[in-house]
Design a protein around this ligand. Structure first.
Ligand code: ADE
Length: 226
């Protein structure tokens, strides 16, 4: 899968792409992430990519021209399955959306700043708008990093059997069960007997039961959905 990210703050995106599973996905050639500085397509030599909003009011708006030129240049090199704008008024990201996006071939992510991007780019280029939650950040870069991370780990072949995403929280609309590691007894707080039983069926049943208990208590909304 290939992900192109268009941003005015490319430095903010570099580190999240260089560690752990996302780094390995790129090393295995299962994922290619390219970060583009929008100023490359600025309207003048001062690197201008934003302007005052029509109708007045505080805050700048990211201009049509640099974004259109950036998208068109990328789209002339390959076909993109989605052009995604990260914005607090987009569809709220969940595991279902991440699963679907992880199966795409190429996507573009657009990071907004200031008051956002000119509406005409949303109308004529953007195919999907995603929010990572009901709060407003100062730009779309951290949201893009979140999206790349949760998509990247789902790309077939990125995780091995041991780290498989099949057992993640939300994958089956249930939260993941509690986990424990050594020691068996820490300050008198014991690891549940079931996990020490060595009996695979007992362990699986316990985990499923705990998933249900946890989901019922922390996220009952997940059980009432479909
Ligand atoms: N940009 C600013 N806030 C955001 C959010 N919550 N989700 C996606 N992009 C954003």
């Amino acid at each position: 899968m290939r992900i192109d990210i268009i941003s005015v703050l490319p430095e903010l995106l570099q580190s999240p792409m260089q560690h752990s599973i996302i780094k390995r996905a790129q090393e295995k050639n299962l994922l290619e992430v390219k970060i583009h500085n929008l100023r490359k397509w600025a309207v003048n030599e001062y690197g201008q990519v934003d302007d005052y909003q029509y109708g007045g009011g505080a805050g700048m708006v990211m201009m049509c021209e640099p974004l259109a030129r950036a998208i068109e240049e990328l789209a002339s090199e390959r076909k993109y399955d989605e052009i995604i704008y990260l914005t607090p008024d987009g569809e709220k990201l969940d595991q279902k959306i991440a699963n679907a996006l992880s199966l795409k071939g190429s996507i573009i992510l657009i990071c907004g700043h200031y008051k956002g991007i000119d509406e005409r780019i949303r109308q004529h280029f953007v195919t999907k708008e995603i929010s990572i939650g009901d709060y407003v950040m100062s730009g779309g870069e951290l949201a893009a990093a979140v999206l790349v991370d949760c998509i990247g780990r789902l790309i077939p072949g990125v995780l091995n059997d041991e780290t498989s995403a099949l057992f993640d929280s939300f994958q089956d609309n249930l939260l993941a069960p509690p986990v424990y590691t050594r020691p068996e007894d820490f300050r008198g707080w014991k690891v549940p007997d079931e996990l020490l039983s060595g009996n695979h069926r007992v362990i699986e049943e316990w985990r499923h039961e705990q998933s249900l208990i946890r989901t019922r208590s922390k996220r009952p909304d997940l059980l009432s959905n479909d």
